[in-house]
Design a protein around this ligand. Structure first.
Ligand SMILES: Cc1cc2nc3c(=O)[nH]c(=O)nc-3n(C[C@H](O)[C@H](O)[C@H](O)COP(=O)(O)OP(=O)(O)OC[C@H]3O[C@@H](n4cnc5c(N)ncnc54)[C@H](O)[C@@H]3O)c2cc1C
Length: 503
């Protein structure tokens, strides 16, 4: 059983994690990545003397017992060098009142909340109680959504009596929690929650599941925390790659999967690939772990089999995730206040949530004395994908200027201070990392589709396992690592083998 090969598709953090875990168990693994580098949304690109993180700029789960820490410990590769963020973010609601510091120290964060949102402590205490129960459950590696008897057994093993009260909150939203605690009339608190939740759940508080929201609202505080990687975000991929190669896995860059077909014996898959110099290849494998968006499967899966047709119907009905517009800029540190934390979130009347990541001096992203700024906003992908080239370029310029205007106003920068400026749109994300229409971030965490009601890593088609940010959305690289662990545990159990990470 152990010698049967596995093909992992996609070399972002989800695919790299799956491939590393399976190779570590002695499985014969091949990882196929269409780009010439690993990392996907958590990769980097270079422009002259600057290194820009493509998408992800901060990391959760590096603390002791956090999912990245557990994984790296299990694989026997050290943790990447990182700085704990405190405060992790400065949130300016644009209402003329002092911005909100999201502190790491729970005591300091409580004092900040009391000052910024008087009367909201009951709401935060309820979130804290739900979070503690959720977190303890999540740490015991349940398998949700439940799609088999084995998944059910693993989930029951992770449940404790203390988790049961959470069930009453499973269909509520964060806005319902505000109402329960009589905080729904605090419009400033609501605006803050809408902004912060959008970053994780892709939804505002009236559309974010209460159990999910309660957890992500406390991800930045001890004992968890958010981290800034030294060097660049590419360090995560580099560590995983090291483990992968050490354990004898094959890594094929510039190999794009263009078709997946279940063979007539129903025992294995035929994977069609376009390799370097447009060579066409075919590989057969009994198991595939696919880390691409489930929407990608719509064009990859070919079959007349009923189970595949039904599954594709389900995938076509998934709600459409957001797209992102990302500005990459550089300027001298002389024009930036050194007291700002590395992440700032602004509420803009024109652009909505603006999330800004500023590099640290000497962190490997820019020469000393120069900072890179990465700024992301949300957009609807359908606003971009059908434009002709002229309209596309016009719209892109419009967004570039709007973002620059907002930054210049907020930081007090003059136009001539910029050393570098460029913009990525959903079209860029489609081109770089093959995400259909440039969708990013996975499914929004509405009460009807979060966690137990989401898309399972176990598909109804034998030998096809999914991971990535549609399986465990909203927690970025930490979430997709969890998704890969879940898919690998299911695959191994299917072969009669176990796979467990120590706490
Ligand atoms: C703007 C932005 C900001 C973000 N900020 C953060 C943050 O601060 N912190 C955080 O933790 N997360 C953040 N995220 C989310 C995080 O980056 C992603 O959730 C995570 O990196 C997704 O990993 P993945 O492996 O599921 O998918 P991807 O990163 O998309 O990886 C998929 C890989 O598959 C490859 N591929 C695609 N098609 C094919 C094919 N046909 N054949 C072979 N290979 C293929 C792609 O090239 C890619 O390398 C952000 C995302 C974006 C877009």
């Amino acid at each position: 059983m152990i010698n049967k090969p596995v093909i992992v598709i996609g070399g972002g953090i989800a695919g790299l994690t799956a491939a590393s875990l399976l190779a570590h168990e002695g499985i014969d693994v091949t990882l196929l990545e269409s780009h010439n580098q690993l990392g996907g949304c958590a990769g980097t690109f270079r422009r002259g003397s600057y290194v820009f993180d493509v998408g992800a700029t901060q990391v959760a789960g590096l603390e002791k017992g956090g999912i990245h820490e557990r994984l790296f410990r299990h694989l026997g590769v050290g943790l990447p060098d990182a700085e704990l963020l405190d405060p992790c973010c400065l949130v300016d609601l644009g209402d003329g009142l002092p911005p909100i510091n999201v502190w790491y120290d729970p005591q300091k964060w409580q004092e900040e909340r009391l000052q910024q949102f008087p009367g909201s402590e009951l709401f935060w205490s309820l979130c804290s109680a739900l979070h503690k129960s959720n977190w303890a459950f999540a740490q015991r590696d349940p398998v949700v959504p439940i799609a088999s008897y084995w998944d059910l057994r693993e989930t029951i093993k992770a449940l404790e009596i203390a988790n049961l009260p959470s069930i009453f909150f499973s269909k509520l939203s964060v806005a319902d929690l505000l109402r329960i605690c009589s905080c729904h009339t605090d419009l400033r608190l609501r605006q803050f929650l809408d902004l912060q939740l959008k970053l994780y759940s892709q939804e505002p508080c009236n559309r974010t599941a209460a159990l999910y929201g309660a957890t992500v609202l406390q991800i930045a505080q001890a004992p968890h925390g958010l981290w800034h990687l030294h060097g660049s975000m590419q360090m995560l991929s580099e560590h995983l790659k090291r483990s992968l190669l050490k354990n004898g896995a094959r890594l094929l860059l510039n190999h794009r999967v263009v078709g997946l077909e279940k063979k007539f014996d129903n025992q294995s898959w035929k994977i069609s690939i376009i390799g370097p110099k447009n060579t066409c290849l075919e590989i057969n494998s009994p198991d595939i772990v696919c880390s691409l968006t489930p929407q990608s499967l719509i064009s990859l899966l070919h079959s007349d089999m009923g189970e595949i047709r039904n599954y594709l119907r389900k995938l076509r009905m998934l709600p459409k995730p957001s797209g992102a517009i990302v500005f990459y800029g550089a300027l001298s540190r002389l024009f930036l206040d050194s007291s700002y934390p590395p992440h700032i979130q602004l509420s803009s009347k024109k652009l909505g949530s603006i999330f800004i990541s500023v590099s640290r001096d000497g962190d490997g992203r820019a020469p000393l004395g120069v900072a890179t700024l990465i700024v992301s906003i949300f957009t609807k992908t359908q606003d971009w994908c059908h434009l002709d080239e002229v309209d596309y370029q016009k719209k892109k310029q419009l967004f570039l200027h709007s973002i620059i205007d907002e930054l210049e106003n907020w930081f007090g920068i003059e136009t001539e201070h910029w050393l570098h400026q460029e913009l990525a749109t959903p079209r860029s994300f489609q081109k770089w990392i093959g995400r259909p229409d440039g969708i990013v971030g996975g499914l929004g965490q509405h009460p009807s589709v979060f966690g137990p009601f989401g898309l399972s890593s176990r598909t109804p088609i034998g030998g096809l396992w999914l991971c990535g940010d549609s399986i465990y959305p909203g927690e970025g690289t930490a979430g997709v690592t969890n998704s890969a662990l879940m898919a690998c545990r299911q695959l191994m159990a299917n072969r009669g083998l176990g796979l467990n990470l120590e706490l």
